[in-house]
Design a protein. Structure first.
Length: 287
């Protein structure tokens, strides 16, 4: 997970953190430009990225109460963000007894493009590969998986099952085949290298609201990718030195320190924002 914050991804993170107003009112274009400028994004890049999100049906043009031009979240975008909240802000560790969800799919050769879409979507949801055409994930991902497949009109090609792993290999050994654990651990280490010093700096010398907003949006934009790359497996299936728990603790601490402080900076630009605190599927919305 390279620390590359694209304008489109930052816009998704901004809406997820501070842009879900209770009445669904649009965020003014001027506010988007001002708030992204804090992160070094120029106005043409903001407008171009907003246009791409609009073409994908995630942002809808509208007018604010005072008549200013703006963009509101579509229903699809809100569902993506809500799904993401459950994963990004999860605080409980999964138990092995919760079991697994299996996705078994078959796609006709004439629709092979959908086979690729299915594989990429399951991978982005955090599934590992148990066998050709058989994908596996912790059972808690069932609802989100079902929603994603239905949204993409891929459900006719998939059967979903829930159950336990009964052998023959030890589950910990099987998990190491189903997922590339060293690669996932590397993502956590990259996150820690970038953001653990930020946490230490804030604990040593708290700064102002604008700094809190900037640092929070950057850490959120980095973190929101990780819960999709990492399915968050039960602790007993992971190496003893697994860095995932520490990176989750760093993100949670920065969230507690910065999110509400950052809202103080955002509030004058976005009337009524700040009712929610998450952001959804990075691969479905921004990159």
């Amino acid at each position: 997970m390279a620390e590359q914050h694209t304008p489109r991804s930052l816009i998704v993170s901004l809406y997820g953190a501070y842009g879900r107003t209770p009445d669904g009112s649009p965020m003014p274009v001027a506010a988007l430009i001002r708030l992204l400028a804090v992160l070094g994004v120029d106005a043409p890049s903001v407008r171009s990225s907003v246009s791409r999100l609009k073409r994908r049906g995630l942002l809808l043009p509208g007018r604010t109460a005072d008549g200013a031009a703006g963009y509101a979240l579509s229903e699809d975008a809100r569902r993506l963000l809500d799904d993401g909240d459950r994963r990004i802000y999860a605080r409980t560790e999964p138990k092995l007894s919760e079991g697994w969800v299996l996705a078994v799919f078959s796609v006709p050769e004439a629709e092979r493009h959908k086979r690729h879409l299915l594989r990429s979507r399951l991978a982005r949801l955090g599934f590992g590969t148990a066998a050709p055409g058989v994908w596996i994930a912790p059972a808690r991902l069932y609802e989100e998986t079902r929603n994603a497949l239905e949204r993409l009109e891929l459900s006719p090609y998939v059967d979903l099952f829930r159950g336990d792993h009964l052998g023959y290999a030890a589950t910990a050994g099987a998990v190491a085949r189903w997922w590339d654990l060293p690669s996932i651990a590397g993502l956590h280490e990259e996150f820690l290298a970038a953001h653990e010093p930020v946490l230490a700096a804030w604990r040593a010398a708290p700064a102002g609201a604008e700094d809190a907003y900037r640092d929070y949006l950057l850490v959120l934009d980095s973190w929101r990718r990780l819960p999709y790359a990492d399915p968050v497996l039960p602790a007993e299936l992971l190496p003893d030195d697994w860095p995932g728990r520490r990176s989750a603790e760093v993100f949670a601490a920065l969230h507690e320190l910065l999110r509400d402080r950052g809202a103080e900076f955002v509030r004058p630009y976005v009337s009524g924002a700040g009712e929610h605190s998450g952001t959804g599927d990075p691969n479905g919305a921004g990159d």
